[in-house]
Write a protein that binds this ligand. Structure first.
Ligand code: GRF
Length: 196
């Protein structure tokens, strides 16, 4: 299975996927990494010799043009799966329509709790004693697609956003690596994902 990964930040989840895919027995290969900015995480792809591209975000007014360019870049690689791993932008409907259901997203909360760009911060602000990590199929909503996998993560007294996020990320990585493996093995059909 050929996989394209889209990021915006440090790419620690991307790195975990690159590490997993470096094992010849892993049934998926990362063929390209894209970003909406010069993300630090692109360095991980370069370290593994994986091609990268950047489609700079130029504001919500140009979301559709940005999305069209993003899809054009992805089409070059014909990925069997697109993984959003810390892409901090909402995809235009045309992009979702083109790639769905072969497009998944990882989110640092126990969806449908705390969707959106600040899931970790929102869990803390709500005084939650537990949150989680989720991997979903991307649909037209915001973090609203079918849930492929999710797991609870405790919120500890004294947690700030970074501490909690760093406790969530290892769970995200494990879920993501397992889900990509199951998709690659044909065990998980994204068109009809049996709820986890
Ligand atoms: C991840 O927790 C992802 O779910 C969220 O942003 C974080 C990205 O972290 N959308 P990284 O760039 O993979 O380190």
């Amino acid at each position: 299975l050929t996989v394209a990964v889209l990021i915006s930040g440090t790419g620690s989840n991307l790195r975990a996927l690159l590490d997993a895919a470096a094992d010849p027995s892993y049934p998926a290969r990362i063929v390209v990494v894209g970003a909406d900015r010069e993300a630090d995480g692109l360095a991980h792809a370069e370290e593994f010799g994986v091609p990268t591209f950047v489609v700079p975000w130029r504001g919500a007014a140009e979301r559709d043009a940005w999305g069209a360019e993003l899809s054009a870049q992805l089409r070059v690689w014909q990925p069997g799966l697109v993984v959003l791993s810390g892409l901090m932008k909402l995809l235009p409907a045309a992009v979702v329509d083109e790639w769905s259901p072969r497009i998944i997203n990882t989110h640092p909360a126990f969806l449908p709790e705390f969707p959106g760009a600040h899931g970790v911060r929102d869990a803390l602000a709500a005084g939650a004693t537990q949150t989680g990590a989720s991997v979903i199929v991307v649909d037209g909503g915001v973090d609203a697609g079918p849930i492929l996998a999710q797991e609870r993560v405790p919120v500890l007294p004294g947690d700030d956003e970074n501490a909690l996020h760093e406790r969530i990320k290892p769970v995200e990585r494990r879920l993501l690596i397992d889900i990509v493996r199951r998709i690659a093995d044909g065990e998980l059909d994204l068109a009809a994902p049996a709820l986890h």
